[in-house]
Design a protein around this ligand. Structure first.
Ligand code: GLN
Length: 244
């Protein structure tokens, strides 16, 4: 099946912010678009490179503190403003861990100067005393999501921020308030590596539909057979619950 619809996916700092399988999220978005005859165009945006105006969906993966230093500097100013403007006009976005932290107000690593964020999300993050590592299961508007976390950063939601979900297994944003991630319009921040989207197809399609709606005014997606994705989802949850 082919349609003449297309989607531009901007992969922010793919060469630097790509750990624990994050690249799989870009692959899942592109493949589930192709299966509907929608032509995906993936554009990797590096340091000093501008955001394409026609971007419909953004992906921003995780990275170690030292990578976040140069990325934070590059996001300051026009680039961060372009991302905020697109999201506030309806573009879709998924950010994971280090990317999530830099879309908040700031991230304070251990023994280093605070890294300014772009303030898309009303959240603040700081490095905590322990590393949260393990499987995560979260109850959300899309049902149960499953992924993997590995972070020392603790994220706290501001008054206007809405959590993405409630942690059932794992530590989530900060291991204290039971919340995981944040959602603002069609933009998501979370601590879910893995990669997340291949085994959570409902969320992948939600992002694709939002991207289509942003570009074409309607987000119609034909149904797909998700049998394999559902199997992967169920076995990941089983393992998470068994090993918590
Ligand atoms: N460096 C950040 C932290 O430790 C993000 C890590 C990550 O992206 N997995 O919290």
């Amino acid at each position: 099946m082919t349609t003449d619809r297309r989607l531009t996916i901007a992969w922010l700092y793919g060469a630097r912010m790509n750990i624990y399988g994050d690249r799989g999220n870009v692959l899942a978005l592109a493949q589930r678009a192709r299966w509907r005859g929608i032509a995906p165009r993936v554009v990797e945006i590096g340091i000093g490179e501008a955001i394409p105006e026609e971007t419909d969906i953004f992906f921003f993966g995780g990275g170690q503190d030292q990578e976040q230093v140069s990325v934070s500097r590059d996001l300051a100013g026009a680039k961060g403003e372009a991302i905020k403007a697109a999201v506030n006009n309806g573009a879709a976005l998924l950010s994971v861990c280090g990317g999530y932290q830099l879309l908040g107000h700031a991230y304070r690593p251990h023994d280093a100067a605070p890294l300014p964020g772009i303030g898309l999300f009303d959240v603040d993050s700081e490095a905590g005393p322990e590393r949260f590592i393990g499987n995560v299961v979260v109850d959300t508007q899309w049902g149960t999501l499953v992924g993997f976390e590995n972070h020392s950063g603790l994220t706290f939601l501001g008054e206007t921020a809405k959590p993405m979900g409630k942690v059932r297994v794992g530590r989530g944003n900060n291991g204290q308030d039971g919340a995981e991630g944040v959602i603002h319009k069609h933009a998501i921040g979370c601590y879910l590596h893995g990669s997340l989207l291949p085994k959570n197809p409902i969320l992948t399609d939600w992002l694709l539909a939002a991207g289509l709606r942003y570009r074409y005014g309607s987000g119609d997606l034909s149904p797909l057979d998700n049998a394999i994705e559902q199997l992967a989802h169920a076995s990941a949850i089983e393992r998470a619950v068994a090993t918590r």
